[in-house]
Design a protein around this ligand. Structure first.
Ligand code: NAI
Length: 334
């Protein structure tokens, strides 16, 4: 099957090509460009499009792809909040995703943000390289005995909860579908407000949905413990960034670790180091000494990229063979 692969980085090309060699037959055409209204023509002749998290999959793009004959959009991600599901259905385009590639990768990245922010190893590294061995400003706290609130205990959140229990943390959680393993390990499920009030660290591991959009807003920040740490490796819009900035300025939020950002589509995955960042909200975030941002790299491990490539190709193969991908995206409003 001719597949137009958008937002193709060198690592995507390497891993997809390797996985395709093991299961030959797909004609992968790699395009560095993001999928957007101006780039849909690159999919001419393709029956499938392979897209990532910051590709545009709104109604105009999906209609343009359908008009070109595209019948399948294979997401190289678990999240599908960027897809207009109703428009895809109306356009007759099937959608599939990679529901689980390495939940450990993202859980461990959340932990990396927690440990780095807490012990300030990023700042210590820079200091020591400059010959500055002062400790002032590098004080952290013991994770042992602290309460961590995990919002969303699905594949990623449940692994993070287990890791944190290993550190001797008390883990509380908020999820409409409690995880049996977490329950068995003594994780207490709370409503959102009591979780926010109890937690020294709040970490977001839920999907972006209509219910979780701006879940952490001014109201939620006001309910957090003064000085609490907030971590988001899920999707940017689960937090209201402006409210978080207000929380940082007031000191209610003691530190912030982000792997995702509401408007990351304009920034992440590109080298913009020679350009002016036009996003004033993001630029403000960068000025805080207690904010640590990574550019959506939670998934970025060799294990995860191998699994993403293999599952993506298996989805496409199943669609070609059986008319249905292995891992269809749930329907509208799912
Ligand atoms: P999952 O579907 O296994 O788990 C999500 C959990 O969130 C479920 O248990 C669900 O019941 C819960 N949830 C739904 N609505 C909620 C709400 N209102 N409040 C609290 N919990 C709620 O998903 P998984 O694999 O654990 O991934 C979670 C999210 O992480 C993905 O949707 C994606 O947005 C993000 N992600 C980020 C990556 C990164 O590179 N930073 C990579 C992969 C995923």
């Amino acid at each position: 099957m001719h597949v137009a692969v958008f937002s193709a980085k060198p690592y995507d090309i390497a891993y997809l090509t390797a996985a395709n060699a093991a299961d030959p037959g797909h004609d992968l055409r790699f395009h560095a460009a993001r999928l957007a209204p101006g780039t849909t023509a690159l999919a001419r002749g393709a029956e499938a499009v392979c897209a990532f998290v910051n590709d545009r999959l709104d109604r105009p793009v999906l209609e343009a792809l359908a008009a070109l004959g595209v019948r399948l959009v294979a997401l190289r991600s678990a999240g599908f909040n960027h897809v207009d599901l109703a428009a895809a259905k109306a356009a007759g385009i099937a959608l599939c995703r990679v529901p689980a590639y390495s939940p450990h990768a993202v859980a461990e990245h959340s932990l990396a943000l927690i440990l780095t922010l807490n012990r300030k190893t990023h700042r210590a590294w820079a200091r020591v390289r400059e010959g500055n061995f002062e400790l002032d400003g590098l004080m952290g706290f013991d994770l042992y005995g602290k309460t961590v609130g995990v919002i969303g205990t699905g594949r990623i959140g449940s692994i993070l909860a287990r890791i944190l229990l290993g550190f001797g943390c008390r883990v509380v959680a908020h999820d409409p579908n409690p995880d049996p393993d977490c329950l068995a390990r003594g994780v207490a499920y709370l409503e959102l407000d009591p979780l926010l009030a109890a937690s020294d660290i709040v970490t977001l591991q839920c999907p972006l949905t209509a219910q979780t959009h701006h879940l952490i807003d001014d109201r939620a920040v006001a309910r957090m413990k003064t000085g609490a740490m907030l971590i988001n490796t899920s999707r940017g819009a689960v937090i209201d960034t402006r409210a978080i900035i207000r929380g940082l300025k007031s000191g209610r939020i003691g530190s912030l670790g982000l792997d995702v950002y509401e408007e990351e589509g304009e920034l992440f995955f590109e080298d913009l180091s020679n350009r002016i960042i036009p996003d004033d909200v993001f630029a403000r975030l960068l000025t805080f000494p207690n904010v640590l941002i990574t550019g959506h790299q939670g998934f970025f491990t060799t294990e995860a990229l191998t699994a993403i490539a293999e599952t993506t190709l298996a989805n496409i193969t199943a669609y070609e063979r059986d008319g249905a991908p292995l891992h269809p995206v749930p329907g509208p409003l799912a």
